[in-house]
Design a protein. Structure first.
Length: 243
C-alpha cells in the first residue's frame, strides 16, 4: 500500500491547497474547523477570505461575533465559527497568543476533539500522531480488509481499533514526514471514493449524514441569517447557536 500511496501523492497530491503551505497553528486550526463535514471546494472559497479579515488569533478574538458569523456564512455548521472564536480568545488571553503543543491541552479547546487535536499537532508541528478520519479509513479498509469483508458475511464491520495499529505501523514504516503521510492518505482516500470505492459503510463507526432539508440545522441556519440581516446583538446570536 505504501508504494502506491507515495506514487499517488507525488503525482496527484493536492500540494497547492493553501493550508498545506503553512505550519501556522492558527491557519491550520481554521482549516481543520472549516473542513469538518464540509467539502474542500466549499472551504477553498472561504478560507483565504476569512484569514484576510481575521489574520491572527487576536484579530478573531476581538471581532464581534456577528462579523465572524457573517464571514462564515456558506460553510454551514455555524457553531464551529463560535467555537473557533472562543478558542482564539483562550489562546490570546490564557496562552499569550501561543498555541499549545501538548495534545491534552489542545483537546481542552472549544470544539476540538481527539481527531482535530491530533490533526493540528501533525500539520502544524509535524508531530508523530495516530488518528483516523473518513478518507484515511477508506484507504486502510480498502487495502487491508477488503478480502476479510468479501470472505465473511455482508454484515462484517471493521472497528477503528483494528485500523489504528496499522496506521501507526505504516506511518513509521513509510519514513515520510507525518504531515505528508496524512495529507497523502487524505488525498488518496478521496481519490478512491471518486473512483467508485464505497467501503466506509463497512466501518463500525459509519453513520449516514442526516438530511439538511427540513432539519433543525436548516431552520437554525435560516434564523441565523435573519438575525444577522436584522443586526441582532452578539448575545442573541450566541443564544441561537447554543439552542
Amino acid at each position: 500500500m505504501l508504494k502506491e500511496l507515495k506514487k499517488f501523492y507525488k503525482i496527484q497530491g493536492r500540494h497547492d491547497l493553501p493550508w498545506r503551505k503553512t505550519r501556522d497553528p492558527y491557519k491550520i486550526l481554521v482549516s481543520e474547523l472549516m473542513l469538518q463535514q464540509t467539502q474542500v471546494a466549499r472551504v477553498l472559497l472561504k478560507y483565504k477570505q476569512f484569514l484576510k479579515v481575521f489574520p491572527t488569533f487576536k484579530s478573531l478574538a476581538e471581532a464581534p461575533l456577528s462579523k465572524v458569523l457573517g464571514e462564515w456564512q456558506g460553510l454551514g455548521y455555524n457553531r464551529r465559527a463560535k467555537f473557533l472564536q472562543q478558542t482564539a480568545k483562550i489562546i490570546t488571553e490564557q496562552y499569550k497568543g501561543k498555541f499549545p503543543k501538548d495534545i491534552l491541552e489542545i483537546e481542552k479547546l472549544p470544539g476540538i476533539g481527539p481527531y482535530t487535536a491530533r490533526a493540528i499537532s501533525t500539520f502544524a508541528f509535524n508531530n508523530l500522531e495516530v488518528f483516523i478520519e473518513t478518507n484515511i479509513r477508506t484507504v486502510f479498509t480498502h487495502h487491508y480488509f477488503s478480502e476479510k469483508i468479501s470472505r465473511l458475511n455482508l454484515d462484517t464491520k471493521i472497528a477503528d481499533t483494528e485500523i489504528m495499529p496499522l496506521i501507526e505501523r505504516d506511518l513509521k514504516k513509510s519514513k515520510m514526514e507525518p504531515r505528508d503521510f496524512y495529507a497523502a492518505l487524505m488525498d488518496y482516500g478521496s481519490h478512491l471514493k471518486t473512483s467508485g470505492v464505497r467501503i466506509n459503510s463497512k466501518s463500525k463507526h459509519y453513520t449516514k449524514q442526516s438530511k439538511f432539508e427540513g432539519s433543525t440545522r436548516q431552520k437554525r441556519a435560516a434564523k441565523l441569517r435573519q438575525l444577522l440581516e436584522a443586526g441582532a446583538s452578539d448575545a442573541e446570536l450566541a443564544k441561537l447557536l447554543h439552542s
